[in-house]
Design a binder for this molecule. Sequence first.
Ligand code: DUC
Ligand code: ZN
Ligand code: ZN
Length: 487
Amino acid sequence: MKPFDTVVRGGTVVTATDMMRADVGIRGETIATIGQGLDRGKREINAAGHLVMPGGVDTHSHIEQLAASGMMNADTFESATRSAAFGGTTTVISFAAQHVGMNLTKVVHDYHRLADRGAVVDYAFHMILADPNKEVLSRQLPPLVRDGHSSIKVFMTYDRLRIDDEQLLDVLAAARDNSALVLVHAENHGMINWMAKRLLSRGYTEPKYHGIAHPRVCESEAFTRLIACAALIDQPIMIYHVSTVEGIGVIRRARGEGIKVFAETCPQYLFLTKEALDKPGLNGAKWICSPPVRDAADQEALWQALALGDLQVISSDHAPYAFDKTGKLVNGKKSNFKQIPNGLPGLQWRLPLVFNEMVSNGRFDASRFVAWTATEPAKVYGLHPKKGSIAVGADADIAIWDPKKKVAITDRMVKDRSGYSPWSGRTIQGWPVTVLRRGQVIVENNDIVAKAGSGRFLPRSAGAAGKPLGLTAPEFNPRSNFHADLR
Ligand code: DUC
Ligand code: ZN
Ligand code: ZN
């Protein structure tokens, strides 16, 4: 038998279902053996006292992306994925963002070029469709899905990106025809703009009013409409960044009725409340994201929804903007909340924050942590079993966590290009001290040692999550629609 290239020895291996004292033997890029007393490897990593977990899978991150505001966000693929690796994440899915008038094939090609030269962790793309016309849906989309871009993201709000209900139905139908999952930013656009105008016209311009401009009901209303559209087409959907009790209620009811709805939330909704935006001057801009952060009762409801399986994934929604004129303050120091780009940096912080709450504070256990941050996202998006678990034959993407290490978060620690952490001032316990990507150590001794461009594209098919239920709405059934052929 060939010797192991690397043995991670003496740690506690954690999967989404089990925890066991075991060594992990790696040959080449994959996990060859999990067991006790493995033969020596060419390289030995002592994991005694540490947790040996799959590298995180972050399936919602905006990288080097032209955003809704028309601006580029702060990161390059290199800076974003270095920050991800430093925080224990070894796979990211970011976006290839089509804006109105753009050719989708070219868009996807261009994002590939950026990732190919910069990424230090493995990556895939969701395709954002802002202009789902006939040419895009019938000619450009099918070969792109076949090439491994098996998820389509759409927005129900944001002036430059949003699609209306008719376009949403077109996208859902095209996704069904091509076996792709549909991911949605679901908020009621009209309510947001109406509220914003009312606030601004009365002089309420500060960052804290951003949250007030996104009434809670704009989430549950959009979820309801979205789910009705998805059920009509029988197309599975993923609802992004759930933030409210009411939104959870809509998802729970739909899932209870057997509709195929997946959903995620993010650390900002689990750990922040709207008071975070109530800072002097424009300082609250650092915490402006959409949907906005809400209240303590929403946080509890989100944890409960995760526990009950109504939400399956915790992603970062990484969308970094520096707190200066290249980012949050692009419209000057007198900006109103509508003029501030939306988004928080998150790739570096997602896992440590969630680990701190779930494992160190004892809210759940390490297996659940692995499930919601690695295994489930990998399954939903067609990356499992290659990614998202410690298993024989899987890619050797491993984060070795010191569960005792205390870290006081400061802006100086930031590896992305936002220049600040929304979490500065918090102390957390637990940190991924050593990170391997496909068998290669990419983080050790507080240092990132991966080369730009060493990350690899991960073509995916939609897998079980994207498979329609096979339920036909009466209007599509020739037996109850006067024999019309509508499929
Ligand atoms: N909201 C989004 O929909 N995308 C990026 C960041 C944000 O706050
Ligand atoms: Zn969004
Ligand atoms: Zn997003």
